[in-house]
Unconditional design. Structure first.
Length: 132
């Protein structure tokens, strides 16, 4: 474990890989359910509208998008870019081709004895946000 500064509240905390402290993480989880419930009733709401109506900050909504918990419906006013190639993306940190490239590079570096595991896709349960 190492000491990190929380990306939200800037307090130092012992990290096990996350960029936000346990308190902000719990708040982000609560905010996720608040935003998710709002989106069930307002499927085409913009990020600004969701923030205004739910009281959840745009910064938190962007964090939830980067975690892949929500996906943008309309990426015309792009909020997220792939961290590898900078192409616009709807959710997460990397576009599909870059994810595949990184995955293949990791598999290659592990050698022929590396086990390949399939991942279940959560796309059907991902809530959608309209981007202004």
């Amino acid at each position: 474990m190492n000491i990190r500064q929380c990306a939200f509240c800037t307090k130092p905390f012992q990290s096990i890989g996350r960029k936000i402290c346990p308190e902000c993480s719990a708040k982000a989880d609560q905010d996720f359910f608040t935003v998710r419930d709002y989106l069930y009733e307002n499927k085409r709401a913009s990020i600004d509208e969701v923030a205004e109506e739910t009281g959840v900050s745009v910064q938190t909504i962007k964090h939830l998008l980067k975690e892949g918990r929500f996906e943008l419906i309309d990426a015309s006013g792009v909020l997220l870019n792939c961290e590898a190639c900078r192409k616009p993306i709807k959710a997460g940190r990397m576009c599909k081709p870059c994810k595949e490239k990184v995955s293949n590079e990791m598999q290659d570096s592990l050698g022929p004895q590396a086990s390949r595991r399939g991942r279940a896709k959560a796309g059907s349960s991902t809530a959608k946000l309209k981007n202004n």
